[in-house]
Design a protein around this ligand. Structure first.
Ligand code: LMR
Length: 412
């Protein structure tokens, strides 16, 4: 091979596993192929589901014929949209939220995580960010690009396939330092589908307060764990309301809960402590400085749809209904896969599939089994064994269970 003439100093980087898998699935001509890779909602026919409430909002937006619909927004984004993103739980909550939360529109959840990481890297210089082990792989990339050293805290207990609360607490207790960031998944943990219970959240909040750690919530699946946006905001609200002397932030995505994946709708919220509310505007101002230098402002169309829904009581009720449809279909498919594996007496235990929640199941399948599923059965999931449950349907669940049974029994 001839030497490449370049001034660059680049070496190859591995492709993103989730999107590489998605691409491989798309070009696979096999008639029984199944996509359990990327975290997107699919109907029982394996089709995307533009939410009925989104279609209604889109129609209303066309009728509104707003002359300004393609104009620039403010750098911080669409202000009425932002006011409705954070929500609140009551009158007093509303006042406090207004005073303490500085919000800006972002390029969906990835953009919110990235902006938050960049902002903290510039203005807080955390010695370390603590990510759960395992976590969404992109968290590593995002914090690496922000130049913040990364460490992980135990999260998953492989032998019992459960949340390793003790491991998490004792590792943060003994190793995390004042000023470190702790990244927490607000609900429907990606990839394990295992969340702390309320008592455990309270203990995590106490630990963060006592050790002066900075909680950074990633809220990408609100509404997917319980079916209720209120219930799924419990941990974030608990930290905000019960630890008012602590600062924290929230990266919020509307990709999954509105089915607006490609529209890139999200927000980043910085919550000051109650003694520093004058900081709020300065924070927003600095976030705007970063936004302006990077993408000027968030995109408009998807955010107009979310705003339309969140500013109408009727449409909000419809949205809650749509979330119920998605979360209950996923629960139904968990049960269906579990039932099939039990019926086949597939070696192993499978209760964890119905105990986990949200979009994913951390199946416990090994990388070798995962490769066999792809090679032999054209079933695509992440090599960690993470399966996006909504890729299952009444039509393919028996095929998938049979395939899992086969790759486990015939492994050698
Ligand atoms: C996933 O984890 O599959 C989704 O969050 C999609 C993504 O951006 O990685």
């Amino acid at each position: 091979m001839s030497k490449i003439d370049t001034r660059l100093n680049v070496s190859p980087v591995p492709p993103d596993e989730i999107f590489a898998l998605n691409g491989a699935y798309a070009v696979d001509p096999h008639p029984q192929k199944v996509s359990l890779g990327v975290g997107v909602y699919r109907t029982d026919d394996g089709k995307p589901w533009p939410l009925p409430v989104v279609q209604k909002a889109e129609k209303e937006l066309v009728v509104d014929d707003d002359l300004f619909r393609h104009e620039y927004t403010a750098i911080e984004g669409d202000v009425p949209f932002l006011r409705n993103c954070a929500g609140s739980d009551g009158k007093q909550g509303e006042e406090e939220a207004k005073a303490r939360i500085g919000s800006v529109q972002t390029v969906a959840g990835t953009g919110a995580n990235h902006l938050g990481a960049l902002f903290l890297a510039h203005h807080m210089k955390p010695p370390t960010v603590w990510l759960s082990n395992p976590s969404w792989a992109n968290h590593q990339t995002i914090w690496e690009l922000a130049g913040v050293p990364r460490k992980t805290y135990p999260y998953y207990h492989a032998a019992t396939r459960s949340f390793d609360f003790e491991g998490m607490m004792s590792s943060l207790e003994s190793e995390a330092q004042e000023g470190d960031v702790v990244l927490l998944h607000a609900c429907a943990h990606n990839p394990t589908g295992l969340d702390p219970n309320k008592e455990q959240w309270v203990a995590i909040a106490d630990l963060c307060e006592r050790k002066k750690l900075f909680p950074f919530f990633d809220s990408a699946y609100q509404g997917f764990a319980s079916g209720s946006v209120e219930e799924d905001a419990w941990a974030v609200r608990y930290f905000f309301n019960n630890k008012p002397d602590m600062e924290m932030c929230v990266a919020q995505s509307f990709s999954k809960n509105f089915g607006l994946y490609g529209q890139r709708v999200g927000a980043f919220h910085y919550c000051t402590n109650r003694a520093s509310t004058t900081l709020r505007d300065i924070v927003v101002n600095n976030l705007c400085h970063l936004i302006r230098g990077e993408f000027s402002m968030g995109p408009r169309v998807g955010c107009s749809i979310v705003k339309k829904v969140l500013t109408s009581e009727e449409l909000t009720a419809d949205w809650h209904q749509d979330l119920q449809v998605m979360s209950s279909r996923i629960k139904t498919m968990r049960k269906a896969l579990y039932n099939e594996l039990v019926r086949l007496q597939t070696p192993g235990t499978w209760e964890h599939i119905i105990q986990q929640n949200g979009m994913f199941s951390y199946t416990g399948l090994t990388p070798k089994q995962v490769y066999a599923l792809k090679d032999k059965y054209h079933i695509y999931l992440l090599k960690s064994g993470r399966a996006s449950i909504s890729g299952l349907s009444q039509k393919n669940v028996a095929y998938v269970a049979q395939a899992i049974d086969d790759v486990i029994r015939n492994e050698n």
